[in-house]
Design a protein around this ligand. Structure first.
Ligand code: 13P
Ligand code: SF4
Length: 304
């Protein structure tokens, strides 16, 4: 029996669902029950009442969020080594340091953080709703971490003061997108629309025709009358973009834009994790309780 068939069979037997982020390998996206961006996957994890096991094919912080929101379910991360380096950039000590400097200022944390960090914030956000969440807060200044590019983007969009914590946090994969490469592609394909993830630098965002999360890019590409798109985000999204838009062309804005952490998940690892019910993601309840409040506050403040 093929590995994909074995996974599908096991999923049924064990009442498991497979959630996959838009950056996952094509063969994983093809057998997933749901493929989406971080906010969609978090919502899906909450709404999947029937499932007893969630196999979360993504990176640590996404699986942790699912475990926090579903304490009664078993959440499996197929490759325990799939850890987002940006999430490691914000420690609890760093948050405490900034909170001591700005005691009255709310702390908004990108979901790309560890559960222990989330426990120290007022509300979480994703790249799809950071602007909306900050706008909804009754504060003119917020502390925001760990991505300084997303902080800067939110500041531009809201007109509020968004202080990045740490001041330098970044995604190593989105750092690869540089304006000179994008400009060369725009010159070569003048009719193409440029879509940029907000984790990219300011020059990239200013050149963009559209800035948004991975799933927002999918919606934009579907609704747009354009036939050609230059895409500045991890290469995994191109599988979904091409599948959903057969008549349109998608060009990656930097050839080697791969998140090696996301790519640690493979069909083999999904199969073994599910078969042996191993690599269970757990978050100690005192931390989970606090982090859950910040995630639930995000759901309360946003439609996106
Ligand atoms: P999205 O929420 O846009 O899918 O982004 C997640 C992520 O890790 C981006 O690097
Ligand atoms: Fe983290 Fe960047 Fe990979 Fe997303 S693409 S998981 S932010 S390293």
């Amino acid at each position: 029996m093929e590995l994909t068939d074995k996974i599908i069979k096991l999923k049924k037997e064990k009442k498991a669902i497979l959630l996959a982020h838009n950056y996952q390998r094509p063969e994983i996206q093809e057998i997933a029950d749901y493929v989406g961006d971080s906010i969609e996957l978090s919502r899906k994890a909450v709404n999947e009442k029937e499932a007893e096991i969630i196999v979360f094919s993504a990176v640590d912080f996404m699986a942790e969020s699912a475990a926090i929101l579903n304490p009664e379910k078993k959440v499996l991360l197929p490759s325990p080594g799939a850890r987002c380096p940006m999430a490691q950039m914000l420690t609890v000590d760093e948050i405490k340091k900034w909170k001591a400097l700005y005691p009255l200022v709310p702390v908004v944390l990108y979901v790309n953080t560890l559960a222990a960090a989330k426990a120290y914030c007022d509300v979480c956000c994703t790249s799809a709703n950071a602007v909306e969440i900050i706008e909804a807060l009754n504060a003119e200044t917020v502390l925001f971490g760990p991505d300084h590019n997303l902080a800067e983007y939110a500041q531009e969009k809201t007109g509020k003061t968004v202080l990045p914590i740490p001041e330098w946090g970044f995604c190593p994969t989105h750092l690869l997108f540089q304006p000179e490469d994008a400009q060369a592609l725009k010159t070569q394909h003048p009719e193409a629309v440029l879509m940029v993830h907000p984790e990219c630098n300011a020059e990239m965002r200013r050149m963009a025709d559209f800035v948004g999360s991975t799933s927002q890019m999918c919606r934009y590409a579907k609704e747009s009358s354009a036939k050609k798109f230059i895409v500045a985000t991890e290469e995994g999204l191109l599988h979904r973009l091409r599948k959903e838009n057969p008549g349109k062309e998608f060009i990656l804005a930097y050839e080697d834009a791969v998140c090696p952490n996301m790519k640690l998940n493979t069909l083999e690892r999904i199969y073994l994790a599910l078969k042996e019910e191993k690599h269970v993601v757990t978050v100690p309840e005192p931390v989970a309780r606090q982090a859950r409040k910040a995630l639930e506050k995000m759901f309360e403040l946003t439609a996106k």
